[in-house]
Design a protein around this ligand. Structure first.
Ligand code: WQD
Length: 341
């Protein structure tokens, strides 16, 4: 029987590459589409090493609607997972146009291509950032949506477009996945988070300090109203996140109507807890200093993931120790292969 082909836009990126492996393991045929603006073509060789066979990759831009349509038709794509986009909050405030072009116009271009090719099942990478500064946690999907920055605004706009597409035509069905804080790496150590320049996010910064590439971690604030004063977030292992995508694809293919779910562990960890867990997992000391709060940060938030359990049969299985152990294995591989290629 021919395997069902699933298009992954941004499939060479952090979450896309892990999802490609998870789809292969679940019996699907991932087709990776990437322009490599924020990933390395060499990721493909490492993916092929992990899955033990060749994978299909189409190099190009999601903004080229006619080309994307031809890719969908050529490979008989039955569903699309749309990862491609920019995700740095600070950059989105400095260069909003880049975010509206890549994230909003990119999604419009993809939707046009899908419409023209007659493929109307989409899993969309959204983010807990759409909740802005939530009043309480755990956060359920019906919490108010508010965008505190341009990056968040682009996710809100795309979610709205998808909701309107599905209500205008029930052949359009979308699974919107709101990620909390994805970290960790594939247990092989061959793929992981590979930010260019100075990492914005906590885990890649910690791994680079552990590897001696940066002298110390700045902890942004220790005077929040949390147990130890540092910010609390819902960290989720990228392997769990990848399985969430497989479950979303499967659920749509089985005929489910559109849904929006949080993908999180359902509990939070403070920055200091992450530092301690990483030290234990890596055997390395993480020097740190307390720095001023980062503008825009909130004290604490974590998901109520029960909708994902109910609709997708999904829940996070990996703990903070797994996240740190796998992130450290990847960092060591990346350090030894300095260009990470
Ligand atoms: C986590 C905690 C920081 C770096 C961001 C985006 C969000 C989503 C995930 C995509 C906070 C603290 C961090 C450092 C620190 N992205 N920290 N020193 O801000 O929760 O979420 O990434 O969808 O949209 O906003 O994640 O990893 O940056 O921070 O003390 O050098 O670590 O203050 O408490 P965040 P993060």
């Amino acid at each position: 029987m021919t395997k069902k082909a699933v298009l992954l836009t941004g499939g060479a990126g952090f979450i896309g590459s892990h999802t490609a492996v998870a789809l292969v393991n679940a019996g699907y045929e991932p087709v990776i589409l990437d322009n490599f603006s924020n990933s390395q073509p060499a990721v493909l060789n490492r993916l092929e090493q992990i899955v033990g066979r060749a994978l299909v990759c189409e190099r190009g831009d999601v903004g080229d609607s006619a080309w994307v349509q031809s890719v969908i038709s050529k490979h008989g794509i039955c569903a699309v997972v749309h990862f491609a986009g920019c995700k740095a909050v600070g950059e989105s405030m400095a260069d909003p146009l880049k975010y509206y072009v890549n994230n909003v116009a990119g999604t419009i271009s993809l939707l046009k291509a899908m419409q023209a090719a007659g493929c109307r099942l989409l899993v969309f990478s959204s983010s807990a950032t759409v909740y802005g500064d939530p009043a309480t946690s755990p956060i359920t999907e019906d919490f108010p949506i508010q965008s505190a920055n341009t990056y968040g605004a682009t996710k809100v706009m795309c979610e709205q477009m998808l909701a309107e597409m599905s209500s205008s035509d029930n052949r359009w069905r979308a699974g919107v996945l709101r990620y909390f804080n994805p970290v960790g790496a594939h247990p092989s150590g061959l793929i992981g988070d590979d930010p260019s320049g100075v990492p914005n996010n906590l885990m890649p910064y910690v791994t680079q300090v552990a590897a001696g590439q940066r002298p110390m971690l700045d902890i942004f604030g220790d005077d929040y109203e949390t147990e130890d004063g540092t910010g609390v977030r819902d960290y989720i292992h990228v392997q769990d996140l990848a399985l969430g995508h497989v479950a979303a694809v499967r659920t749509l293919l089985e005929g489910a109507s559109s849904f929006t779910v949080n993908l999180g562990a359902g509990h939070g960890h403070s920055v200091l807890e992450v530092v301690r867990a990483f030290e234990a997992a890596s055997g390395q000391q993480i020097p740190y200093q307390i720095a001023p709060r980062r503008p825009g940060d909130v004290a604490a938030y974590y998901a109520d993931p029960s909708a994902a359990a109910r609709l997708l049969g999904w829940h996070a299985k990996h703990d903070l120790n797994d996240m740190c152990t796998d992130a450290w294995r990847w960092q060591q591989y990346a350090s030894q292969n300095s260009s990470k290629t």
